[in-house]
Design a protein around this ligand. Structure first.
Ligand code: SF4
Length: 385
């Protein structure tokens, strides 16, 4: 039987098809091709302090980080790599600047990939043949990580500054040197601290190669500014299908980077959604303290993995509508909260009982979702006013 269109427009779940990139394997995580966009971060500990580094990696893993990078500025750090790579639950990438000898050490140590910055590794181009051979022998992908702040002197001279063209050309030049030695196990980043330049650099790069791209706004700043810059830049690129793995750089604990990265991907439906709180901004009509309510519900449901959407609304204008759309919700008025589950009012409770009732109901729904095998997908908790 042919389906009859009733003229109801469908709601898009994704903004764009992913750019077709080649796929590489970073340890257990595939990057590029049809692999989901992954979230990375970087440790802030001294890598030579193996215990502290593994502890931070464990925290990052628990917060949803899929790939971790560690700095390797000294021989002590290089010596620590094999233990860290072996004991980490997620793939470890060694981040190498200046000293080519550490590139070889990281490959030998069994790191899942090595990031090189061709702009500041001395005579990097002369070393490409040896690096390509070592990386090929060990099956280690290389990330060519171009940074505006350490752009190759030749390109700086040619373009005058780190323009999008200069960043893309630098990365593609280095990739071509690897290609000459039959090595294409590569991903690329072209980071800049200005989201506009960064977005344009990645667009140009995406049009000129099929390597998987690691997105990053470098030196994005403290948490608030860095979050906005990264969300805007990644959103612009990911909404066009560009980007295979992301790292949010914040002057804040790395776990915060991972939370922001995951939230960006969830917002664009590039990652299954988990708990989502839909809460109104509150206004002069609010009859409850929406901020407090939303915060308490969020805190009470923290860590919930199922795609629950909870609506917390301050009054009856949009409250019942939003609360009905959510898996669970409250619409407040007259010191009371109407509790909705799947669109039905199940009870009305005094304001003082709203939070505990929502949490109780959320737990029941989550249990049912788990029993039904719904691990992730469309979240449904909202707070309306
Ligand atoms: S739901 Fe009510 S309280 Fe919240 S912003 Fe809208 S009108 Fe204001």
């Amino acid at each position: 039987m042919t389906a009859i269109s009733l003229g109801i427009p469908s709601v898009p779940t994704r903004l764009a098809e992913r750019r077709k990139s080649r796929q590489i394997q970073v340890g257990t995580v595939a990057v590029g091709g049809d692999a989901p966009v992954s979230v990375q971060s970087m440790t802030t500990t001294r890598t030579s302090d193996i215990g502290a580094t593994l502890q931070q990696i464990a925290e990052l893993t628990a917060s949803g980080c899929q790939i971790v990078r560690v700095a390797c500025p000294t021989q002590d750090d290089a010596d620590a790599l094999s233990t860290i790579a072996r004991k980490s639950q997620i793939p470890v990438i060694a981040d190498i600047h200046f000293q080519p000898k550490y590139v070889f050490a990281a490959i030998e140590a069994g790191c899942a990939a090595v990031r090189v910055n061709p702009g500041n590794i001395k005579q990097f181009d002369d070393k490409v043949k040896e690096i390509a051979r070592a990386a090929k022998d060990h099956g280690t992908p290389i990330r060519i990580g171009v940074n505006a702040g350490s752009l190759d002197a030749r390109l700086l001279k040619k373009y005058g500054k780190a323009t999008p063209e200069a960043l893309a050309e630098s990365a593609l030049w280095e990739a071509s040197l690897f290609e000459e030695h039959g090595f294409q196990d590569i991903k690329i980043s072209v980071k800049h601290n200005d989201p506009v330049v960064m977005v344009e650099a990645y667009r140009q790069l995406a049009a000129q190669c099929d390597y998987p791209l690691h997105l990053g706004v470098t030196e994005a700043g403290p948490a608030f500014q860095g979050t906005i810059k990264s969300a805007v830049a990644f959103g612009a690129l990911l909404s066009q299908g560009i980007g295979d793995t992301i790292r949010v750089s914040l002057s804040a604990p790395p776990v915060e980077e991972v939370k922001v990265g995951n939230q960006i991907l969830e917002s664009l439906n590039l990652k299954p959604r988990r708990l989502e709180i839909v809460s109104c901004p509150s206004c002069g009509r609010a009859q409850v303290d929406v901020y407090k309510l939303a915060e308490e519900v969020t805190a009470g449901l923290e860590g919930m993995e199922v795609p629950l959407r909870v609506a917390v609304m301050g009054c009856v204008v949009n409250g019942p509508g939003e609360a009905r759309e959510a898996d669970l919700g409250v619409a407040s008025g007259n010191g009371k909260g109407q509790i909705f589950v799947k669109g039905e009012v199940i009870k009305t409770v005094p304001e003082s009982k709203i939070v505990e009732t929502l949490i109780e109901e959320a737990m029941k729904i989550a249990e049912q979702m788990e029993a039904d095998g719904i691990a992730s997908g469309e979240p449904s908790v909202s707070v309306a006013g």
